[in-house]
Design a protein around this ligand. Structure first.
Ligand code: NAP
Length: 427
């Protein structure tokens, strides 16, 4: 990817070979003239896509001669003033700190639609947004915020290879409609987010790094460390201190494997606990119209992420369990047990209770994992969009409680198995 990104995004004029299909399109008569200010990566990719969709494109640069070779032949590269005068709709593909250098274009841009594609360097919570500042600089133009969530790469490779959604907002509905139309024509899906005051949120969108995952991931890690230390102390440290038994080899696989289901069970409990807290509070208040405290609100909103973390731990536990017999240590322990049995003259090691416990334990675990997979799949937006609210809540609530019950059984068998230290317990 770095090599690909270092290539010029658009082949120069007259460059043969490669994907010429985008440049092959000829501007449709009567199509609006689209101006782009700036000749950077974004401008070049956008120009290429607009030309391919039949638009007449005029690019405004401070040094047109220098940049002309980087644009498709069908696009005209000229001065900023000329581009602003010729265009019906203008994309401002210039960094926001340089917006002020465009003020001399004010008369040429008056009454026209300006599309602000800029992003911030860090999350801006207080405003004003770049688009609002641009609107203040050009009060006679109609500013539309949009396309900032689409990378130059996606524009170049087409919406097949990236997000198709373009979030748009503006205080002028006519200007917004013209950008919505353009957006559809170049193959993207416009999402109208209302007035220009939404632009702050649109500008912050590309800067978020999994905001709703932070607490669930921290909880998972915290629980993992807690249970790992507990299991390490109980199964490895204590035998070493008490009986000088060195079983440190258990640390990477066995101890991790015993830890994972505990984390999965607690995380699953954390999915359903906030619902119970909310119900309890509503009963106590005698009304459902009071606002929940902030911490409960956030917890309720993150239940899906808690559930998916639980699912991940359960899947890892299943994989680790399947791998247990593959270890050299397991095979050596098995052989030693067999030799010891022969030496002690024991003919049959079958213990009915242990065998039954193991069968039930595995069966409950498999069923719980299967149902948990169903819950995880149903939480995917593409699947959730295809079921109605009743079906969704049936899967997430009713089946969720069954999974909880299954997991409870599984957890009980797990604890019993550990207490009795069955030799062939998978965890
Ligand atoms: P870039 O490659 O650095 O290009 C910026 C262009 O701005 C320059 O090529 C320059 O063109 C022009 N410019 C005009 N006045 C300028 C001045 N006073 N000082 C410096 N340059 C000036 O940036 P870019 O990646 O295309 O990004 C442009 C805008 O698109 C930014 O606001 C960015 O946040 C937004 N954006 C970019 C991407 C992306 O993937 N690149 C994605 C979403 C949004 P001339 O020298 O020809 O005038």
């Amino acid at each position: 990817m770095p090599d690909e990104m270092s290539r010029p995004l658009v082949r120069g004029r007259g460059g043969g070979g490669g994907s010429r299909h985008l440049e092959a399109s000829v501007a449709e008569p009567g199509a609006p003239v689209i101006g782009i200010l700036g000749t950077g990566d974004f401008s070049r990719s956008l120009a290429r896509r607009l030309v391919a969709s039949g638009y007449q494109v005029v690019v405004g640069s401070r040094a047109p001669k220098r940049s002309v070779a980087l644009f498709p032949e069908e696009a005209e590269v000229t001065s900023q003033m000329e581009a602003a005068s010729q265009a019906d709709l203008v994309f401002v593909a210039v960094f926001p700190e340089h917006h002020s250098t465009l003020v001399e274009l004010k008369p040429a841009l008056a009454g026209k639609t300006l599309v602000d594609v800029s992003n911030g360097l860090q999350i801006n919570r207080d405003g004003p947004s770049n688009a609002e500042q641009l609107a203040d600089l050009f009060p006679e133009s109609f500013v539309v915020k949009g396309f900032n969530t689409i990378s130059a790469w996606t524009l170049q490779s087409g919406p097949r290879d990236g997000s198709r959604q373009v979030f748009l907002c503006s205080d002028n509905s006519q200007a917004k409609s013209s950008v919505i139309q353009l957006c559809r024509r170049i193959g993207f899906v416009p999402v109208d987010t209302g007035l220009l005051s939404s632009s702050l949120e649109i500008e912050n969108l590309p800067l978020y790094l999994f905001p709703s995952w932070r607490i669930p991931i921290l909880c998972t890690l915290g629980l993992f460390i807690f249970f790992y230390l507990y299991n390490f102390t109980r199964d490895i440290l204590q035998p070493f201190i008490k009986g000088d038994k060195r079983v440190f080899y258990k640390m990477p696989v066995e101890t991790v494997n015993v830890t994972l289901p505990s984390v999965a069970l607690v995380m699953l409990a954390l999915v359903y606990l906030p619902g119970l807290c909310a119900a309890f509070l509503q009963l106590r208040w005698g009304t459902k119209y009071n606002r929940f405290p902030n911490w409960l609100d956030r917890w309720l909103a993150n239940r899906k992420q808690f559930g998916l973390c639980s699912f991940l731990c359960a899947v890892l536990h299943a994989i680790y369990s399947l791998c247990l017999p593959l270890r050299k240590s397991a095979r050596i322990n098995l052989l030693n047990a067999a030799f010891k049995q022969v030496k002690d003259g024991v003919e049959d090691s079958w213990v009915d209770e242990d065998v039954w416990r193991m069968e039930l334990y595995l069966s409950a675990g498999i069923m719980a994992l299967g149902l948990l997979s169903l819950l995880a799949v149903a939480s995917l937006p593409s699947v959730a969009n295809n079921v109605n609210w009743r079906e969704f809540s049936f899967i997430q609530n009713s089946l969720g409680h069954i999974v909880g019950g299954q997991d409870g059984c599984y957890g009980t068998f797990l604890v019993l198995s550990q207490l009795s230290s069955l030799p062939d317990t998978p965890s």
